[in-house]
Design a protein around this ligand. Structure first.
Ligand code: ZN
Length: 330
């Protein structure tokens, strides 16, 4: 006798009970087919995952903004600076003949209940890509086992990922342009006037950051607690008035730096304050931190800012789409 008793949590396949024996496995009260159960408990290291992700991430049609393209750097991040959960509970992979063929992870923040999606990445095409992405997503949700908000940051050429997250109910929030520079020109008449942030400007800084970036990934307080030798906040002021600020982070070990936030008070726009802050940031990263490559991410709608970066030796590298996916399942 054979009766339907459950559906596989990973692939959705029907699971039967035959002559009193369940043809599947249980994991924390959820049913899995034998294949998905094996994938759920698959062994994988940060190194092999980093190698797989970085290789795929170099192609625009697989590119995801959260992940790098250097295998060692990606492995380093996965080992040291990734997710509040263990690495194995923050990633799901599919393997074939001992090699990773698809992967999806999340940089999960247990306090905020948010996860930046590192994937889906897959070597498959079209329908098979979507099918693997669905399985990885269900396995990952089972591993993380918390409801929350998921973020997708996909190259606009990564059509499989955009199709997948839209199908899951994700909604596009914005389009962003990523620009890079490996050199800069010092031409602003104000460049010498940008200075290191001091506590006297704390209130003004918080006001300006919250006005310009009300829903940013770092709040004003986050930025103030992050400041150290390689993460710096510079300001431009006129007496006690804050005209603008720039917040930068350098990763000297990787030779990379990012301009995370740059903002100019609305009263002070069009006076070269942004350019001066940009050059202060570039000079700190290139000259003091020995950074070889600076990136900046800016809203595609902010054409004036994009033009300012281009005027200062930045080149457009990627156009990205940012998605949010609310998860009410589990
Ligand atoms: Zn299954």
């Amino acid at each position: 006798m054979k009766e339907v008793v459950a559906h596989c949590t990973g692939c959705g396949k029907i699971l039967y009970c035959k002559d009193g024996f369940f043809e599947g496995e249980l994991d924390r009260q959820k049913s899995f087919c034998f294949t998905c159960f094996e994938q759920l408990h698959e062994d994988f290291t940060e190194e092999e995952t980093g190698e797989f992700i970085s290789r795929l991430n170099r192609k625009p049609d697989q590119h995801i903004g959260y992940c790098g393209t250097n295998a060692k750097e990606v492995a380093d991040v996965l080992m040291q600076d990734f997710s509040d959960l263990s690495f194995n509970n923050s990633f799901a992979v599919l393997k074939e003949n001992g090699k990773i063929i698809a992967a999806l992870g999340a940089d999960w923040d247990s306090k905020e209940k948010t996860g930046e999606l590192w994937g889906p990445f897959s070597l498959a095409e079209d329908e098979k890509w979507q099918e693997q992405a669905d399985i990885l997503w269900r396995l990952l949700q089972h591993k993380i086992n918390q409801k929350g908000m998921w973020y997708g940051f996909y190259n606009e050429q990564n059509q499989q990922a955009e199709k997948w997250i839209s199908r899951m109910g994700g909604v596009k929030q914005s389009s962003e342009v990523i620009l890079h520079a490996s050199t800069y020109r010092s031409s602003s008449i104000y460049s010498g006037k940008a200075a290191v942030f001091t506590a006297a400007f704390k209130v003004e800084f918080k006001r300006l950051h919250n006005t310009v970036f009300p829903a940013a990934y770092f709040s004003a307080d986050d930025i103030l607690t992050r400041i150290n030798d390689s993460k710096r906040l510079f300001i431009m002021a006129d007496g006690e008035d804050l005209l603008g600020y720039v917040y930068v982070e350098a990763v000297p070990d990787h030779g990379e730096g990012a301009i995370e936030f740059i903002a100019v008070d609305s009263k002070s726009r069009g006076r070269g304050v942004g350019t001066a802050l940009l050059q202060k940031a570039a000079s700190f990263l290139f000259d003091e931190m020995n950074i070889k490559d600076i990136s900046i991410c800016v809203s595609a709608e902010n054409k004036a800012a994009i033009q300012m970066y281009k005027n200062n030796a930045f080149l457009e590298k990627h156009r990205m789409d940012f998605y949010k996916l609310k998860d009410d399942s589990n």
